[in-house]
Design a protein around this ligand. Structure first.
Ligand SMILES: Nc1ncnc2c1ncn2[C@@H]1O[C@H](COP(=O)(O)OP(=O)(O)OP(=O)(O)O)[C@@H](O)[C@H]1O
Ligand SMILES: [Mg+2]
Length: 316
């Protein structure tokens, strides 16, 4: 399985009134063709920002993204290799579907990025009917409006919209987080089936570790804009290496509620500018972590990790 996406030293900063915020910091990762790749990390760690740079909704401040062998960004401009080849499904189908548009028009919307001949063929009534049925809805739903549907049904509409252009790559940004638990499983199974049928590649962003475990072959953990560990999901769950990954995976499901210190975080310690990003809260920190940010290292089990872990004697 060759790589579809190679991200190298990707950086995104936002300038606010008083300071510069680094949402994604020198992130590097590879997503294989046909792979479902999970991205986890607490709220504000930069997951959505990274996803948005892959579909042109945000522009990188620095770094490279290669997609199917070519750069996605050239001189600050997004160059989609084949229009519609990358699509996104957002968390909240309530706000991502225009209430004034019929389901048919919503699903057809991404086709406007395609050349006219392709637009006609891909948006044919027969194809729309096939697609709406494939996502578990009915043909007569095409003429209705979003408010006539449940949350799960709306997310099925959003999935149909993402598929209309026949994409190779889907970014799924918390696609089931807003849904009832019973509905979540149905939508996840639909996504799994669609991936198999269409040989899709997924970037699956979620807070929910069980969902990541169920959906993803490999995963990355983000902390404050940094990718601190990547690897095969199975071994990450079985043998996480980075202290933050250990805490994240052992404190299901509300790791982003950082207010209490009941999850294994250490008492906050003052950082230096060049400290490891997790120094302040790391229960396994030592002197070196305060004075040097770790390099990314490859381990035998397919993990890549940014941590002075080898020298760490106190484990979480
Ligand atoms: N347009 C923007 N302008 C300024 N800051 C932004 C912007 N978009 C995101 N940020 C900031 O960048 C950081 C990363 O945000 P991002 O939405 O990528 O996090 P996330 O990991 O997706 O969080 P969540 O799990 O809550 O969705 C946050 O501090 C956020 O406030
Ligand atoms: Mg997000």
């Amino acid at each position: 399985m060759g790589p579809l996406i190679q991200i190298q030293q990707l950086h995104k900063q936002y300038s606010t009134k008083n300071h510069i915020l680094h949402a994604v910091k020198n992130a590097s990762l590879t997503i294989g063709k046909g792979e479902s790749f999970g991205l986890v990390g607490e709220s504000g760690s930069g997951k959505s920002t990274l996803g948005k740079m892959l579909i042109g909704l945000e522009s990188p401040t620095a770094g490279d993204i290669n997609y199917a062998g070519g750069p996605l960004w050239k001189n600050g401009r997004f160059v989609n290799p084949r229009a519609g080849d990358i699509q996104i499904v957002f968390q909240d189908p309530q706000s991502s579907l225009d209430p004034r548009m019929t389901v048919k028009d919503i699903i057809r919307e991404p086709l406007y990025a395609l050349p006219e001949s392709e637009r006609k063929e891909k948006g044919s009534p027969a194809r729309l009917q096939l697609l709406i049925r494939r996502v578990g809805l009915k043909e007569d739903h095409l003429s209705r409006y979003p408010h006539e549907f449940s949350g799960g049904q709306r997310q099925r509409i959003a999935i149909a919209r993402a598929l209309i252009t026949d994409p190779s790559f889907l970014i799924l940004d918390e696609p089931t987080s807003a849904l009832d638990v019973s509905v979540q499983a149905q939508v996840l199974n639909l996504l799994k089936e669609l991936k198999r049928e269409r040989n899709l590649t997924y970037l699956f962003i979620s807070h929910n570790m069980s969902v990541i475990r169920y959906m993803c072959e490999r995963m990355a953990v983000m902390y404050k804009g940094h990718i601190v560990e990547t690897g095969p999901s199975q071994s990450m769950f079985k043998q996480p290496v980075h202290p933050y990954t250990k805490i994240l995976l052992s404190s299901l499901p509300s790791v982003h509620e950082e207010t209490s210190n009941g999850m294994g975080f250490a008492e906050p310690a003052p950082m230096m500018k060049e400290s490891c990003v997790f120094y302040e809260k790391c229960p396994a920190r030592w002197d070196k972590c305060r004075h040097a940010a770790p390099e990314t290292e490859c381990l035998e089990n397919g993990h890549q990790i940014s941590c002075h872990f080898k020298e760490v004697s106190v484990h979480v």
